[in-house]
Design a protein around this ligand. Structure first.
Ligand SMILES: NC(=O)c1ccc[n+]([C@@H]2O[C@H](COP(=O)([O-])OP(=O)(O)OC[C@H]3O[C@@H](n4cnc5c(N)ncnc54)[C@H](O)[C@@H]3O)[C@@H](O)[C@H]2O)c1
Length: 328
């Protein structure tokens, strides 16, 4: 067995929204980071380059070590070589094709990046003797679960989008892998994450731009559908806590949510107040693959991770708007 660099964490999806924040939080507590990202063109790669520049600034301030490797997580040779060289103590796997609606147009691409990519990384982690593996799942695995709030032991056998199906598949593959290898593995079900650097395809980022320009906002359905929005700093605290504690659990699924669902109409009104403009709404039919509501039961993650979301929705939207205004 190779000895690991216990302080080194391999973070996949490091150039992305959540990954870049996770890297900065790890640097702040003295970790060395090897980031992996292929700069997937799903959204503007300049946004990703700016995220990486922010991590590099934080690394310089913290006198920390951050290396970004441009590679595809589906490339088994590249992943095996990288893990053999860097010998990380653990892996935080956030790289994925994300998003419900685009997955309907490209289910094969989503399966490749998410299912194949996760399988490759789990295998590479096993070979390298990694001590723990934390990976992003999604609230979308709950589908149209009629029981609210959504708890980790609810039935998740009925995904309603290709994206959700890939994320549930990853949880199952990770379970089998843990059963056979004993490598502690956490699957984190994130609930609609927002804040600075949010993916530009997500509703809050998109609506902030539209409302501020005076453009119409598409409202899918009657505005009553709701999402349990989670501020990115809260999610990052949950990711780090799960990284620290997964060794005690073996295999564990945890919800990381905000635990106060916001109806779509209220979300749009909040954006209007934040940017100081009355939103103009264009009613649209409900989108296929979308779920009616998400709502995290946080009993397990509170008890086992000490996870408690701290950032109220309106405050988080304000911070995202302040960040967005400063972007080129
Ligand atoms: N943002 C949310 O609300 C949310 C909710 C639930 C789950 N998630 C999950 O959290 C994780 C991070 O999401 P995000 O919002 O930061 O997305 P993001 O798209 O900003 O980040 C993902 C990163 O992964 C990279 N990537 C994609 N395919 C890759 C590949 N084959 N090889 C290497 N890198 C690749 C992309 O270039 C991107 O930078 C994803 O796994 C996503 O499914 C996000």
């Amino acid at each position: 067995m190779m000895t690991s660099n216990a302080q080194t964490v391999l973070v996949t999806g490091a150039a992305g929204f959540i990954g870049s924040h996770v890297c900065e939080a790890l640097l702040a507590r003295g970790a060395k980071i090897v980031g992996v990202d292929n700069f997937d063109p799903f959204y503007d790669v300049n946004v990703k380059a700016r995220n990486v520049a922010e991590i590099e600034k934080t690394a310089a301030k913290a006198r920390g070590a951050f290396e970004l490797v441009r590679a595809d997580i589906c490339d088994a040779d590249a992943m095996n070589a990288l893990l053999a060289r860097s010998r990380p103590g653990g892996v935080i796997h956030l790289a994925a094709r994300a998003g419900v609606r685009p997955s309907i147009a490209d289910p094969v691409g989503y399966s490749r990046a998410n299912v194949l990519g996760t399988s490759v990384l789990l295998e590479a982690a096993k070979r390298a003797g990694v001590s723990r593996f934390v990976m992003a799942s999604s609230s979308s695995v709950y589908g149209n679960n009629p029981r609210t709030p959504f708890a980790e032991d609810h039935d998740v056998s009925f995904p309603v989008s290709p994206y959700a199906a890939t994320k549930r598949s990853c949880e199952l593959i990770a379970h089998a892998h843990w059963h056979l290898t004993g490598m502690p593995t956490a699957c984190l079900r994130f609930f609609t994450v927002f804040g600075p650097r949010q993916r530009p395809d997500l509703a809050i980022a998109n609506f902030l731009r539209l409302v501020s320009r005076g453009d119409e906002v598409p409202m899918y359905g009657d505005g009553a559908s709701s999402r349990d929005y989670t501020y990115v700093d809260d999610v990052v605290r949950g990711v780090l806590a799960s990284y620290d504690r997964i060794g005690e659990h073996g295999y564990r699924i945890w919800n990381l949510g905000g635990s106060s669902p916001v109806p779509l109409a209220e979300m749009i009104a909040t954006i209007g107040r934040t940017v100081g403009r009355q939103p103009r709404i264009r009613p649209m039919p409900v989108q296929p693959g979308d779920v009616e509501r998400t709502w995290a039961d946080l009993t397990r993650s509170a008890a086992e991770l000490g996870y408690r979301p701290r950032t109220p929705f309106e405050e988080g939207v304000r911070r995202q708007w302040e960040w967005l205004k400063a972007q080129p």
